[in-house]
Design a protein around this ligand. Structure first.
Ligand code: BDP
Length: 681
């Protein structure tokens, strides 16, 4: 070989290597390969539609579909498909029918994903109807590009340069969402700046909406209830004030002139210091309905959050129910109450919010947190599908057995005009979008479950792994096992058996069960939640305590109320339990707590070993980055275990069982750790 040829071969080799191995995760689960000219000459992708979304679906298939001929059809009669699709194959042709253009785009991604997973799709017949009408991300992004509880860098939205400069990532973001069926997004933080509704910002919002439209994604905004006063110059923002009503009507009109398919508003009102109708002696229904009336002519929605609590004597877990149940039936049909999965706040484990089982005549939706505010930020590998499913599959016994949260919120139990499900996004400016490569799986899983809440966590994990890393069976099997157990693992090393909210103040990363801020709100203090003393630990929410159990329908009420029947994974949520209480395992509560913390640590050690064994299956960069994150996770797990056990031991006064790993820290030394308040990044 001549020197020159050798040189070319070498350059080609480097190119191939960098193509195959240089990996930063930016491609997410979208790793379709361009088809060759030869293949594309052999098959046709046809459609009569000129709709931009359909043409996009066609283009994606032209570019990446290696299979047979495809025909894309819109059938306006097939309303039962909603924005889903039907695929049938006959001979060498796949026919894809949808009621809406977006349905064809979802179908295109569906078959492209199947193709990449290596599935047989020449003869393929499937009908997919989404579980929820609105599958929405909530960005907690501020206008200065910080992100409340965001751990993947600054916000994607570069407000300062919008609308003139359009980052290519806006379109990549839209494509990623469309590929998993997400069809809506709230661009800004629920702690909303009134500025978002100024003409200046609305033109920026319009620029994003214009990019997202083709991908079937509608834009929503979080609004500040005081906007009429703050940016409108009105005397107040009282929902019964005619001027206020008119201000909102005009504002809505202005928005729809810019963005004809605008989705609606998300509102956090009278919660954690945010303004709301109660500032004027009005109810949540008064506030929500006023906005609903303004937006109704445009078919817009109001998503009104139920995350409300005040520092009163009342158990925080009871407050959303107390505020909203009396208002049941009073909301307009374009209002939907957005309820966090648990009654406190996105903890590693909570029972479901009892409001779901109590409001009979009000549309309700679940809000999950994809960003890991209470689950190790973007440092810990925690696959959230099992957490999402745990809530969706919980039976609220609203109309007897079988009324699961999924069925209440998707409109099966009671018809609702538009069903919805929300996830607080974990997306930021980082190259890999989510900070931790495995956190991409949580964005993916949210989309997949919003599309079909019947899917199993396992199937979603497998699909994600195959699309994101490799189809290799050993890899997929072992790593799926790790993902599936990872949520229980974090519960074990952070807050097992129903313990909750024992985080360090405000930043919610490390352990601080001893935390106390003189003069601070009790319901922001760990001791409020764990109540540890020499007798035992846990929050008594039974009939002899705060009586939160009464908010659950029977048989749950009795089940939770009785220490003998209360599920052990929630026992300290509902009961103050004596250290010597005999658990089902035969261990005392103290021994059981120790065992759980230790199991959490041991499981993370096992993940480290497993991941190291996977080195040959994964590109060097992602392998290394995940390996480094696991090192942080194991250190943190040990920190959590030592902090909680050494602290609780000051009350239990019992030895840590000798069969578990010994603490490596001193309690006093741990108490000195002060992490900077990482509120924003
Ligand atoms: C809590 C967060 C806080 C959010 C709030 C909310 O700590 O930053 O603003 O929820 O959901 O989890 O409104």
């Amino acid at each position: 070989m001549s020197l020159r040829r050798a040189h070319i071969v070498y350059i080609l080799f480097i190119l191939i290597c960098t193509q195959t191995f240089a990996e930063d995760g930016s491609q997410l689960w979208l790793r379709f390969e361009k088809v060759s000219a030869e293949i594309s000459a052999k098959r046709t992708i046809k459609t009569k539609s000129v709709d931009p979304t359909v043409l996009l679906a066609k283009q994606e298939l032209e570019d990446y579909w290696k299979g047979n001929n495809v025909e894309l059809l819109i059938d306006r009669k097939l309303t039962k498909l909603k924005d889903g699709f039907k695929i049938t194959s006959s001979g060498s042709k796949l026919q894809i029918v949808a009621n809406k253009p977006a349905g064809l785009l979802y179908a295109a991604y569906h078959i492209l994903q199947k193709q990449n997973e290596g599935a047989e799709i020449t003869h393929y017949n499937v009908e997919e109807i989404p579980s929820y009408d609105i599958r929405i991300l909530n960005h907690w992004d501020n206008l200065d590009r910080t992100v409340e509880r965001g751990y993947a860098g600054y916000s994607l939205w570069k407000w300062a340069e919008l609308p003139q400069v359009l980052s290519p990532r806006y379109e990549e973001y839209a494509r990623a969402n469309a590929s998993i069926g997400i069809n809506a997004t709230v661009l800004n933080n629920v702690n909303a700046s009134p500025q978002i509704l100024t003409p200046e910002y609305l033109t920026k919002v319009k620029a994003l909406a214009d990019i997202f439209r083709k991908y079937g994604i509608k834009v929503y905004l979080s609004v500040n209830f005081s906007s009429p006063k703050v940016i409108g110059g009105l005397e107040n923002s009282d929902p019964l004030n005619k001027d206020v009503q008119l201000w909102w009507k005009n504002k809505v009109k202005e928005i729809y002139q810019l963005i004809p398919d605008f989705g609606g508003f998300l509102v956090k009102a009278n919660s954690e210091g945010q303004p709301g109708p109660q500032d004027y002696g009005r109810t949540h229904a008064d506030g929500a309905n006023m906005l609903a009336d303004a937006i109704k002519p445009y078919s817009g929605m109001i998503m009104w959050r139920a995350f409300v609590y005040n520092p009163t004597k009342e158990d925080r877990a009871k407050q959303a129910y107390q505020e909203f149940v009396p208002l049941d039936g009073q909301f307009r049909d374009n209002v939907i109450i957005q309820i966090k999965n648990g009654p406190i706040d996105f903890q590693p484990r909570e029972p479901f919010t009892p409001l779901f089982g109590a409001m009979r005549n009000t549309a309700q939706m679940v809000e999950f947190q994809i960003t890991q505010e209470y689950l190790g930020f973007s440092n810990h590998l925690v696959y959230l599908a099992p957490l999402f499913k745990e809530t969706l599959d919980s039976d609220a016994y609203a109309d007897g057995a079988g009324t699961t949260i999924a069925k209440i919120t998707d409109g099966t139990v009671r018809k609702i005009s538009k069903s919805a499900i929300a996830g607080v996004a974990n997306i930021g400016e980082d190259v890999n979008w989510t900070g931790h490569h495995f956190a991409q799986a949580n964005w993916f899983a949210f989309g997949k479950l919003a599309w079909n809440h019947q899917l199993s966590s396992e199937d979603i994990a497998k699909e994600w792994l195959k699309l994101t890393f490799t189809k290799d069976e050993t890899f997929v099997k072992d790593v799926t096992d790790m993902m599936l157990t990872s949520r229980e693992t974090v519960v074990n090393y952070m807050m097992p058996l129903g313990l909750h909210h024992i985080f360090a103040f405000d930043h919610h990363y490390g352990p601080e069960p001893w935390g106390n801020m003189p003069g601070g709100r009790a319901d922001w203090m760990p001791w409020y939640y764990h109540n540890a003393n020499e007798k035992g630990v846990g929050f008594n929410r039974t009939t002899s305590g705060s009586n939160a159990v009464v908010q659950y329908n029977e048989p749950l009420r009795s089940l939770f109320n009785d220490i003998q029947t209360c599920p052990e994974n929630l026992i300290l949520w509902f009961h103050h339990v004596s250290w010597d209480h005999k658990m089902k395992s035969g261990l005392t509560l103290w021994e059981e707590i120790c065992t759980h913390y230790d199991r959490g640590v041991q499981d993370v050690r096992a993940y480290q070993r497993l991941w190291d064994k996977m080195e040959s299956y994964v590109d060097a960069q992602r392998f290394k980055e995940i390996q480094s994150k696991l090192k942080i996770q194991i250190k943190d797990a040990v920190w959590w275990k030592d902090a909680c056990l050494l602290y609780f031991q000051t009350f239990s006064r019992k030895p840590i069982p000798y069969y578990i790993e010994r603490p490596i820290h001193e309690l006093e030394e741990l108490k000195k750790i002060k992490l900077p308040l990482k509120h924003h990044n």
